[in-house]
Design a protein around this ligand. Structure first.
Ligand SMILES: Cc1ncc(COP(=O)(O)O)c(C=O)c1O
Length: 363
């Protein structure tokens, strides 16, 4: 049986509806802004239960604009977990701040609170909590840690649409949250897309202008911003996909349960050990093993695609500050493996992958 890692074509099941929406928007020359974009912002704010949603061109811009909106002094120290997509760290250096990498914990790959305590200094002005793989970082515990300190929290939710701590959607626990709608994300567009959510009207007002050359209306520029608007067509597609998104989350959780059940007794691999009281969007299902490369090859020979998120930690990139060795994340990129998981994978496929993994360790 051949198992693909993702099949983007299959991940848009409402194709007829989507193509008809595109047709209508093209016929009406609706390409930038307009009702469809406003509707998406309302829908996504409702979905995350945030006061405000500002749609943007991509998740990288969302991070950069979110950090800028906090109006921190140049050179402020911003703490970022070392296992994340490069965009999280780029936002810090592209805003002229000092990047401070923090270790992660090996239960759920979120930022290590033990290392975070050590990394906080009197120059720390923000922490970027990344809800990597769809697993919520415990922002409530981070807030306790920084109580009475002038430190802001940005949540990078690019991989975590639908992830929650208790009843609170990620992105609404800190000061400001950022999302990506890149096609491969759980909620993906037919191209790039992104958004910011925040309960602060002050931050909302900044972000609305920042995405549109500092203006809310034509020739109403208040400061130099950029062009980072979500296309009308992408907004139309996302409005349709968002309607069915709870089914996507249920399906991913169902398939993850199968992996847990099938793989939990294998001593040679480590599965996520998630905290109670969270809902996980399972953007990725990551296992950890010292035999990663051999296992990956074995799966490939059995026509099963896998991926690595990520093959290196960001402090291994020589243009970022390296700092001291971080105990948990050291060489982590050589041990982690992302198994196929999406709403379009069948139960049969997940059982087949699990069977092959068990076979590998038995031999
Ligand atoms: C954790 C994380 N942050 C930020 C981004 C950036 O999003 P985009 O690709 O939409 O710019 C991504 C996308 O891969 C991501 O995974």
């Amino acid at each position: 049986m051949k198992v693909k890692f993702t099949n983007l074509y299959k991940l848009a099941p409402q194709k007829r509806q989507i193509l008809s929406k595109i047709n209508t928007l093209v016929k009406g020359s609706n390409f930038v802004g307009g009702k469809e974009v406003e509707k998406f912002e309302k829908n996504f704010a409702k979905f995350t239960n945030a006061n405000n949603c500002i749609s943007l061109a991509n998740g990288t811009d969302a991070l950069e604009i979110a950090l800028k909106s906090l109006n921190l002094k140049k050179g402020s120290e911003i703490i970022v977990p070392v296992n994340t997509w490069i965009a999280t760290a780029e936002a810090v250096v592209n805003n002229g701040h000092k990047l401070v990498f923090c270790d992660i914990n090996l239960n759920d790959y979120s930022i290590s609170l033990i290392d975070l305590k050590k990394k906080i200094s009197n120059k720390t002005r923000a922490i970027i909590a990344v809800h990597l793989y769809g697993i919520p970082t415990n922002v409530i515990k981070i807030k306790k840690l920084i109580k009475n300190k002038n430190i802001k929290i940005i949540e990078d939710c690019a991989q975590a649409h639908g992830s929650k701590i208790g009843k609170k959607h990620v992105g609404t626990l800190g000061d400001i949250g950022t999302f990506s709608f890149f096609p491969g994300k759980n909620l993906g567009a037919f191209g790039d897309g992104g958004a910011i959510v925040t309960n602060s009207d002050k931050l909302k007002n900044y972000c609305l202008r920042a995405r549109n050359h500092g203006a809310l209306h034509k020739y109403d520029h208040k400061f130099p911003g950029r062009n980072s608007r979500l296309d009308t067509i992408q907004a139309g597609i996302l409005n349709i996909k968002l309607k069915n998104f709870n089914k996507v989350l249920l399906r991913r959780n169902y398939l993850a349960k199968i992996y847990y059940k099938e793989l939990k007794n294998l001593n040679e691999i480590k599965l996520f050990n998630l905290e109670k009281n969270i809902s996980c969007a399972y953007h990725q299902f990551v296992i950890r093993t010292n035999k990663r490369d051999r296992l990956r090859k074995y799966l490939k020979n059995n026509k099963i695609d896998t991926m690595i998120h990520y093959p290196y930690m960001l402090n291994e990139l020589n243009f970022f500050p390296n700092g001291k060795k971080l105990a948990n994340s050291d060489k982590l990129g050589k041990k982690i493996l992302s198994l196929p998981i999406s709403e379009e994978h069948s139960e049969k496929e997940i059982l087949h992958i699990s069977k092959k993994i068990k076979q590998f360790f038995r031999n």
